[in-house]
Structures are given as C-alpha cells and as structure tokens.
Design a protein around this ligand. Sequence first.
Ligand code: ZN
Length: 471
Amino acid sequence: MRKITFVLMMMMMGLVHAEEAVPGAAGIGDSYFPSLGNGGYDVQHYTLDLAWDEATNMLSGTVTLNATAIHDLSAFNLDFLGFDISAVHLDDAPAGFSRDGRELTIQAAQPLKTGQDFSVAVSYSGVPGDGVPHYYDVFARGWTRHEQGVYVASEPNGAAFWYPVNDHPLDKATYRFEITVPQPYIVAANGLLTETRENDDTITYVWESRDPIASYLVTVNIGDFVVEKAKGPDGLPIRNYFPARVFQQGVLTFSRTPEMIAFFSEMFGPYPFEAYGVVVADRSLPFALETQTLSLFGSNTALGGASSENVIAHELAHQWFGNSVSLAEWKDIWLNEGFATYAAALWLEHTDGPEALDRYMRDLYQPLATPALALGHFLPPGDPPPDNLFNGGVYVRGAWVLHALRLRVGDEAFFDILRTYYERFQHANAATADFIAVAEEISGQSLAAFFESWLYDESVPEVPEMGLKPR
Ligand SMILES: [Zn+2]
C-alpha cells in the first residue's frame, strides 16, 4: 500500500513513466500471413521433450520456451494447433491459458516487464494434425507419419501443427530436442547428436542446435536409418541419414556434398552452421526441404544418382540463403528460392563450364517468355500471391533476376554483391530492399528500374546481351 502511494506520487511528479502491461500481438506483422508469429516477446531457446508412439503416432511431452519480454506483457500468444494441453507453466507456476484457432494465449498472473526473461512450458499430447481444419494449411503440416517412420517439413507454417512456437522466421532461436522413440528406431534432428539414453524398451535421442533456427526449418525424423559420417571443409561434421534400403546408392548420390560446400563457401562466404548432412525419408517425396543442417529428401532423390545433383546443390545453398540469411516477410520468398536456384546453376557452371550455364539459363527463360506457360505458373517473383507462394516464378524468374544482374554489373561486382549481402545479413533477416541496397552500393549503379521490371513487371524483361526476348 505504501509502495503504491509512493509510485503514484513519483508519477505525479513526472519521475516514473507509467507503462501499462498489454497483451502481446497475435501476429508478428507479416503482410502475407498476419496470424503467423506473435508480438511482445523474443524466444531465445526451445526444449522439445517429446515421446512418440509408433502405433498411434501420438506425441506427448513438454515443450519449454525461454524468452524475453519486449514490452510489458499481461498476456502473450504462441502458435499451436490441435492436441490436448494438460498444463501450462509460466516460470514454474501454473498459468491460465485459452485457445482460439492457431492462437494459444497465456495469461501472466503478474505482468512481465520489458526486458524480463521468462520461461513457459506447455505439456500436451495428441496426434499431430488431428481435428485441425484444412483452412489452417498453407502447404505443409509439419509432422508427417508415413509407413516407415516420420519426417517433418513445415514451410511456411507447419511448425505450429506439432509444437507451440512463435512461428515466423523473424524469431529464430536455438533448440534442444529430447525425442523418445521405441527401439530400434533412430532419430535425426537439427544440429548435433549429443546424447542417447536407453530406457526399458525406448531410446531417447538428444540433439542440440547452437545456431538459431527459423521454426519452419526445424525437423525431427524417425526411421530405420543407417548413418554415413564424413568431413567437409575445415573438418565440418557431415552426417547423412539413409534408410537401409537406399544406403548404398544414397552414399553415391550425395558424395559430392563436401565439394559443393567448399565451392559455395568460396562463392558466398563460410558455411554458416556447426554441421551439415541430409536425411532421406523412406518414401518418394515430390519436394525436398532445406531443413537446417539436415536437408530432407525423398528416396527418389537418393536413388536418382547424378540427376539429383541440381536439387542437392539447391538445398545446400539454402543454408546460406534462407537459413542463415532469413526472410523478414514471406512475400520475399524469391530471396530464398531465386538464390538457391541460381546457386545450383553456379554449381553447374563450376562443373560443366560457362556454356552449360548459358544453355541452362536459356532453358529457364523459355517458360518465362511464353505467356501461355507463364500465366499462373511463373509469376513475377517480387510479390507472389500468398496462396501460390511457391509458384515457378519465385524459382525460375528469381534465378533470372540474379543472372540478369550479373550480366548487367559484371562478374566481379556480382560476386562481391552476393558475398557482402551474406556477410551483412547472416544469422539475421533481410528484405528485398536490403538486397537492392547492397547491389547498388557495390556496383555503384542505380538499379531501381532494373529490379522493378525484373521483380514486378507482368512480362519478363528482355535480355539483349543473350538475344532473349519475350514472345
Ligand atoms: Zn528451395
């Protein structure tokens, strides 16, 4: 009582600035996906302590977030869909919570102060995705059970389908995974395997990522894996997880990985993380995903031999562009996909020479320049429709943005631009304007009109240097 009076007095004298604690925003501010992520706090670390039941695909356990309040908070949200929540603890005390769609709102009994560190632990069980209406899907539902095990692919919003999370690349964090599975299953996740604990008839795999990860790049894979260990440049640990039946061919298919890491490190800057490798699901997949330090592929890629080289280089290149330099907003997805597509073309140039690159880029130009093909499939990459985010335009025309830039500014400035952009935004977030600013600074050219037409014009620009014109 006395204390309150004292504070009121100080306020009247203008010595204390009264800031009222308010709920954190339900979204982090992404213009394409307003409900993704949340405001009011910043997560530093996640601990995912989860057990998986093989027969039912049920997940149960506790996920703990260590976070910091960025304004005075009376409540805050996590993104989380489905499951039965048995308890929520805020700094070890039971906390009230409510749920509405993908928003899990947690009440702070005492307001959290600006800059205050806190932990929140959510205990839950259920089958991922069960009872979750399909209008919550954008593309991937995260945790995916298949006949031989589990893979996790979450881009862009699948993480909230299996753990409570601030689900946006603007809030990257480090992770510890303690995943318990029936023996003899093996678990592969991001970072490094630091411990295995045998229980009665289960086994717990502890994986840790010291490097911050965007939630859509978090992965846990369960299967009958055989592990190949290798070393990359400067002793970088490489661990590849193959299903037993594709092990032999998989080792061959991915054998150029160390060489690719060395090449991209020279082109872009040092490899960003503590490890690399791949995990191959024991089934064919119509996609691959650059899950951080452990890219995910289907068995079709592992069995594809040399024809898989392009996609292998693409997912590896994302470790620099997408994973280390992350998006600030999903509308800028061409900064991920255009860069990875062009990086795979650079690898082709490295292995097969400049004429191979020339042929490759001409082949990519054709569908862009053919209106009947471009319509709906190869849209201008700068602002893809939210419901067609991964259309071919962000990949193919996105790669062409970079190739056209290279033709315009010359090789020396172009590679200097890539290295500077990476150096400046590694382990952080970037927007299209950030890349344009670096390109203008390094080249000394005004490139606003160039980027405007390549990123946003309905029809693809001409490339006079190569004699390429839209039809
Ligand atoms: Zn990609």
